[in-house]
Design a protein around this ligand. Sequence first.
Ligand code: ZN
Length: 372
Amino acid sequence: MPEENSKEPAGTGGPEDTPGGEGGNVEKKSQIGEVSCSNCGAPLEYMPGEAVITCSYCGTTTMLADFDHIVTLESHYLLPPAVGRDESISIASAWLKKGFHRSNQLPNKVHWKDIEARVLPYWVVRCTANTRWSGQQKRTRTVGQGKAQKTEEYWEPVQGHFSEDYTWPVYAREDTAEFWGIRNIEPGRQAVFPDWGKFILRFGGSRKAPNRDLLEGKADFSIEELKKSGMQEHIVNGQIVQERAEQNARSRIIEMHHTQAESRATRVTDIDTTVDVQGVDLVYLPLWELTYSYGGKDYRILVDASRREVLSGEAPVGKWAKATIFDIVFLLLAALFIAIGAGADAAWAYVVGGVLGAGAVAYTAWTATMKE
Ligand SMILES: [Zn+2]
């Protein structure tokens, strides 16, 4: 096993950080390292900080533990891609018209700008997390009888435990902002981003990433499989070694379980989470990142080329979704004021109710004239 602190992260000073220019490029070139593939002998180039290098000729993955210490990774996997460039657009288009918040006309109105293939390295930490917690729950009860009856608050001791299995993804590189949506596949992270524009009644539309089994359908890493979808040129080398990925997954899972435990009682006083790691695998995920423009703005969608599904996406909220939300809110308020008017025999409340109701009708009429 390689040493944890064997590599400096990329971009910690040094010439590769100097902006542009010819001088910068020359310096950058001298920073490129080269080793030979332990399987086929092909030269493997790597950038400073890269520690997990996959041969684009034979697919063997080499881990650089130290400058003169090279290990070949026993097992590394690929979720074989099943989707080429054109099909990725169909998958993204089908997603764009799905659901209450997006207009079903959207796919006909967007302009596809940029479609990039990426085969990204993730350490997938197979583990079970167990959390025990205890605390207090605020409750109310009725005491006394007849006229002396009253409601009082009291605290009840509560406790519980929960456990969940994960195939937790840790991006195997330092810069999790280098491509869009890299961390959006982590369970519980926001994965769907509605764009409401100036609309302020923002109800729903966003989604969190589910706890999916990232190893389902995994196969031994194979360049041939990537070639079928034209993705073999887009393999990205890893930089983070296994131990660090494991630590990273542990702390993220503990953090998440603590948040979950804290939502189960009014006051949580004690939490203990243990993460039992069964194994850590390097898995390459083939992804298509699509950028489209709509209404003068750019939005992104990440398509899983193996599962044929959208992992994460940004989309404008449709005009009729906004109108429906607007009308529900305004008509509920109108009904409330009319009820007040009826109950208190107050003319002003009828007027307010009427104005709110008219507002809903007007907004609907305005929406009908608006371009989607
Ligand atoms: Zn090779």
